[in-house]
Structures are given as C-alpha cells and as structure tokens.
Ligand binder design. Structure first.
Ligand SMILES: [Fe+2]
Ligand SMILES: [Fe+2]
Length: 406
C-alpha cells in the first residue's frame, strides 16, 4: 500500500464517496482487489470480442454518433450527481479541457468512418471521450508504482456506475466500453510492478485492428499533437514530477528551468527538454510506429494537420522573433486557463512566476515566440473544430455546462 502524500489526499477524497462498506470503489484502496477486478473484466472481454460487438445495439453510423454523445453526456452527468468531484481532482494536463477536446476531436473523424462497423465506432466514441476520467482518482504521476492506473481506475469506476443500470447500456456495451477505456494506455510489453504483471491489452482479432480499442487511442493522440499538446505539456510543468519516455520505456524527473531551455539535441542523454519532448511526440505520429500502425484515411489527414501546427510551434521556439513580453504573458495565461478551465488557472499562475523568475534571457525570448505561435495555432484549430463538428456543437456545449464551463 502506498503512503505517498498525494495518494493519501486521493484516498481521503475517496473515503468521502457515498459507497457502502465493501463497495466496488475499494479497488482504489486495495490494489489487489482492483487488479483482480481487471483480470475479471479482461477474461470476460478478450475471448469473445467479436461476439460482444454483435450485441451492441447500433445499426447505423448516425446512430453510433447520436447515441454515443447521449451516453457520454449522461455518464458525466451521473458522475457529477454522485458528487464524485472527479473533475476537480485531475492534474491540469488531463482534466476536463482534455476530455472536451477528446470529444471534439472524435467528432471530427468518427462520423466520416463509413467503412468501419458503426457498433465498433459507438464503443470507440464513448470510451474515447471518457478515457481519462480515471485521472480524477489516480494521481497521474504516481502511476509507475501501481498496477491499477488511471486507465484501469476509469474502467472500474464506470463498470461500477453502469452496474447501477441507469444508462440503458446492455451488458456487452458496458463491458466493451470499460475494456476500451482500460486499454487506452497502450502497453507494448509486459511490465512487472510490485510482483504483479501488467499485460498488454488485446487490440487485434486475427491480425486486424479491433477498433473499439484503437479509436480511443486515436482520439487521445490528437491531443498529444498540435497546439493543445504544447499547452497541456506546459501545464504539467507547474510541479516537479516524473515524465514517461516511451523511447526508453522509463520515467525521468522533470525540472522547469532545465526543460524550458530551447534545445533540440540530435543525441540526447538523460532528461529531455520540452522542445525535445514535443518533437518526440510529433515524430512518433506515423504509421511506422506501434502507436500509429493502424492510422488511416481521414484520421491520417487530421494527424498530419496537427503535426504541421506543432512543427510551426517548434520552429518558432528555435528561430524566435522578438515578441511583446507583457502582452504575450497575459495572452498565454488566458490560453492556459481556456485550455484547462477547471485546474488551469492555478497552474498558470505558478508557471508565470517560474517563467519570470527562473528563466534566462535566451529561454524567455524563445518561448515567448513559442507561446505566441501556440496561441495563433490554437485559435486556427478551434475554428477548424467548430467548422467540422458544427451540427454537434450544441451537444458539446451542453456537456461543458455539466462542469460549469463554456
Ligand atoms: Fe490516459
Ligand atoms: Fe488522454
């Protein structure tokens, strides 16, 4: 059992949940219990993925989208009504701002996937929009010590919620959505943690992609690309934490001053700068990578569009033009708050102090240029999103209202 401060805080928050003694939420206190719940979920889904999909009650692409949005809204509303307060407990890189963008990004490409079974699209859309709710119950950067991580916690949390039968989802739909949420953390190999083995999730059937699992990953990756990835990553710097390097498959310590040095080294040893982190993510977005190997059609178009935006930001940091410091700092702070409306402001304040007090002149000049370009690129992207999801804009706004944001 972990005794870490942030986990203690999380546990005390959980103890306030209105769950009866022995309720399913105990999986968070007792990892063994959670691990066994996950084993059960996996054993119920993995051997019969195809059969479960046949039971999904969707018969058209349009229905997949409309019913998907409805289920997402009802799930989030129900979580709110249960006063779980999950959205207030996320770190600022994985909060409501990310959840809403996930839904918006999903609505940019899912309605265009005419050649994928709409039953699979329905599961992918719901799981994709809800994939990170577990970040509200598991501190993100404590994950390396756990086997029940944010993805699994989100899955188990919703399994518990769906068991109460308030959302008109049949059993197959419940199992598939929860499985897809757990599987969004894309493990490439087995990992051993505290004597337990985390196994990669099953994501193919007979060598073909199982889209209910891949679509949430696609959705998540669009927010790990483009201008909002810059904002999200920057927000995570408000505190010392460990970040994960997928190239080396290990965690490393992140420090504001070091990471903000505008360096892009050919050969790195040890820690990465923010610029290197952004470039690493950008470069991994392709069909040769294990993460992008099933990317296709309209998704590739979006992926490449976001990459171009991200690349322009990287270039703006590497080749800075002089920018009005005062104006840019004010605009940047507003952009951080807008991108993460619940937890962004506090982090933005802290980051502003760090920016002013700890950076050298070269780093300031470079990043002011980077911030400026990120703001412009985010505005362009917002416009593209509005254009693409037009008919669903109102539904998205209704979901935002659940959290008191617009
Ligand atoms: Fe996640
Ligand atoms: Fe995510």
């Amino acid at each position: 059992m972990l005794v870490d401060k942030s986990l203690k805080k999380c546990y005390s928050f959980l103890s306030s949940l209105k769950h009866k003694k022995g309720g399913k939420m105990n999986f968070l206190r007792d990892e063994e219990k959670g691990f066994n719940e996950m084993k059960k979920l996996r054993s119920e889904v993995e051997p019969r993925m195809k059969t479960l999909v046949k039971e999904v009650n969707i018969n058209s692409l349009q229905k997949a989208v409309t019913r998907g949005i409805e289920i997402i809204a009802r799930t989030l509303l129900l979580l709110q009504l249960r006063k779980l307060n999950i959205h207030n407990n996320t770190d600022p890189g994985h909060g409501v701002g990310h959840w809403i963008r996930d839904l918006q990004n999903a609505l940019r490409f899912i309605p265009k996937l005419n050649d994928i079974d709409p039953k699979e699209l329905f599961v992918g859309l719901v799981a994709g929009a809800l994939h990170d709710i577990g970040c509200g119950v598991i501190p993100r950067y404590e994950e390396h010590r756990r086997v029940v991580r944010h993805a699994e916690a989100g899955a188990l949390l919703l399994l518990d919620l769906f068991n109460k039968k308030k959302l008109c989802l049949n059993e197959a739909e419940q199992l598939l959505i929860c499985y897809a949420i757990a599987a969004h953390t894309h493990y490439l190999q087995e990992k051993e943690v505290n004597g337990r083995i985390i196994k990669p999730y099953k994501d193919t059937i007979n060598g073909r992609p199982f889209y209910p699992v891949w679509i949430p990953r696609w959705i998540d990756r669009l927010d790990c690309n483009g201008p909002y990835f810059v904002i999200r990553h920057y927000l995570t710097l408000h505190d010392h934490h460990r970040d994960f390097c997928s190239e080396q498959q290990k965690f490393y310590e992140v420090d504001y001053f070091e990471t903000m040095q505008p360096r892009l080294r050919e050969k790195r040893t040890g820690k990465k700068t923010m610029l290197e982190h952004l470039k690493m993510f950008m470069d991994s977005q392709n069909n040769r990578s294990p993460y992008g190997k099933w990317d296709r059609g309209v998704y590739i178009e979006l992926r490449e569009n976001y990459k171009r935006k991200l690349n322009r930001i990287i270039q703006a940091v590497l080749h800075p033009e002089p920018i009005d410091e005062k104006k840019t700092i004010v605009a940047w702070r507003a952009a951080l708050k807008k991108a993460e409306p619940i937890n962004g402001e506090k982090a933005a304040e802290k980051l502003e102090n760090l920016f002013r007090s700890s950076l050298n002149k070269e780093a300031k000049l470079a990043w002011l240029s980077g911030f400026h370009t990120t703001i412009l690129e985010a505005a362009k992207l917002d416009e593209e999103i509005r254009r693409d999801i037009g008919m669903h804009l109102k539904e998205v706004q209704k979901i935002q209202k659940i959290f008191g944001i617009s």
